[in-house]
Design a protein around this ligand. Structure first.
Ligand SMILES: Cc1cc2nc3c(=O)[nH]c(=O)nc-3n(C[C@H](O)[C@H](O)[C@H](O)COP(=O)(O)OP(=O)(O)OC[C@H]3O[C@@H](n4cnc5c(N)ncnc54)[C@H](O)[C@@H]3O)c2cc1C
Length: 444
């Protein structure tokens, strides 16, 4: 018998705004009894679905099984900010060509999402209407401006907006300038993963919901065990991002950080006119990055911005963190600083979801294990709608033994740096964030 990983699932219910007005959902039956498959995927978010999709595209006759602890999109993929962005957080391509390759890869991921929704007529709220990274201080704006010039010199379609131009996109207070990318998108990603599930079921995916994995035994045939069944397969995919340490993998390298988010009531037309929101979304230049987008029906979704907007639970718990009014108050105060017109706007949704933090804020995608049959894509650090989707293509390539296109990318089989264990991790996280007021980021 190979290495045995004991999994301690810690899954809560998705309470995000994206669950609003969803059609009734009937989960697939839980795993029961023994199943033999060609590949078993754990995790029904963007990474898992995309991997299933791309494996089935290459190998339509293979038996692809996907095991999800609750329902599709119950994790971060169904509770995020909905910003479908270019670039991979924390990854530097090392050269103009390397950076351009990363841009091209993520841009192709956004194109893929758009094409899939269009071609398969998926009922998904999706708009490709750009994003801006706003700068609120002169020194960060200078750096932002330099980036725009640098990226433009690599052939990336990005533009610098001065304060007035930035305000013509959204009437945000205190913005000095902005980096603008027109080709990014916003999405109701719960719509997306649920619609993708339907397509995959038609293509023969063996999907088991409400089936938390309790044990994984590695070997030539991996055995994945749930309460009432087990799947044997010669290949395993860990598509569990922030939950991965709870499955016994990357415990020393990934910390699940909970990100609190709010959504306002549907804005009255006069408020909507005042803020003039006519872009997908924005993020800012603070260490505790704040970001905002708008739903199709006109609610502002806003997260981050304050230390209290994030939480780390002792031992790396992944279920919903305690309700903290201070977290939501901090987010609301930040939102109203940017948009004073929202002074009387009510919050109607409050939720949190786990992001997979690595010490150097960068992901890793690769294959591990004695038999080189445990595929993984982890450590998205809160920037994973595009990356999770792209990761499925990469993992399907690695599974097909087609490593060549990916070897030169810095995320390929990247060794993740170690973090201290408990209690040092918990104490360190709180001491660092309280004393410095930030999570390490590029700006000072
Ligand atoms: C609040 C918030 C805001 C965000 N905003 C953005 C944004 O605007 N733009 C962006 O690009 N990214 C954003 N992200 C990040 C992005 O949502 C994630 O990086 C991405 O969805 C990760 O997808 P995934 O499929 O790898 O993981 P997940 O979607 O987390 O899926 C993992 C799945 O594994 C399942 N699972 C876990 N343990 C087990 C087990 N033992 N057995 C079976 N199943 C199990 C879980 O139930 C879950 O469904 C945000 C994340 C959060 C939390």
């Amino acid at each position: 018998m190979g290495l045995v990983h004991i999994s301690t699932p810690d899954l809560d219910e998705n309470r995000s705004v994206w669950t609003d007005r969803q059609p009734p959902y009937t989960p697939q039956a839980a795993l029961s009894g023994p199943v033999q498959a060609d590949i078993v995927i754990i995790g029904g978010g963007l990474t898992g679905l995309s991997t299933a999709w791309h494996v089935l595209e290459r190998f339509p006759d293979r038996k692809v099984a996907l095991v999800e602890g609750r329902t599709i999109g119950n994790g971060a993929s169904g509770r995020n900010g909905g910003m479908v962005l270019n670039w991979i957080y924390g990854i530097d391509g090392g050269s103009p060509e390397g950076n351009k390759a990363i841009y091209d890869l993520t841009r192709s991921g956004i194109d893929f999402i758009e094409a899939l929704i269009r071609d398969e007529r998926m009922p998904v709220r999706f708009s490709r209407d750009g994003h801006m990274e706003v700068f609120t201080r002169n020194h960060t704006a200078e750096e932002g401006h330099r980036w725009v010039e640098q990226r433009a010199s690599w052939g990336v379609p990005v533009r610098w907006l001065n304060a007035d131009e930035a305000r013509s996109k959204i009437q945000l207070e205190g913005v000095v300038g902005a980096l603008y990318e027109a080709d990014t998108a916003r999405i109701n990603s719960l719509d997306f993963v649920r619609a993708w599930r339907e397509l995959l079921l038609k293509r023969g995916l063996l999907l088991y919901e409400h089936s938390p994995v309790l044990k994984i035994e590695e070997g030539r045939n991996v055995v994945v065990t749930t309460a009432k069944g087990e799947i044997r397969a010669p290949a395993l995919v860990l598509a569990t991002n922030a939950y991965t340490p709870k499955l016994g993998y990357f415990r020393g390298q990934i910390a699940p950080i909970h990100s609190y988010v709010v959504a306002t009531e549907v804005l009255p037309p006069e408020v909507r006119d005042q803020i003039g929101w006519n872009i997908g979304g924005f993020s800012d230049d603070y260490d505790r990055i704040a970001y905002g987008t708008i739903t199709r029906d006109g609610r502002v979704v806003f997260g981050g911005g304050a230390n209290q907007s994030y939480a780390y639970l002792y031992g790396g718990g992944t279920a919903h963190p305690p309700e903290r009014p201070a977290a939501y108050d901090g987010i609301l105060a930040h939102l109203r600083r940017y948009l004073p017109a929202l002074a009387n706007t009510r919050l109607e949704h409050r939720w949190a979801g786990p992001v997979a933090l690595t010490l150097d804020r960068s992901p890793s995608i690769g294959v591990r294990g004695e038999h080189k049959n445990v595929y993984y894509s982890v450590g998205y650090c809160g920037h994973g709608i595009t990356l999770g989707t792209v990761a499925g293509r990469i993992l399907a390539d690695l599974y097909a033994d087609h490593h060549e296109p990916w070897r030169s990318f810095p995320f390929y089989n990247r060794r993740l740096p170690w973090m201290p264990g408990e209690p040092f991790r918990f104490l360190g996280y709180h001491a660092y964030t309280t004393l410095t007021g930030r999570s390490p980021r590029r700006y000072r």
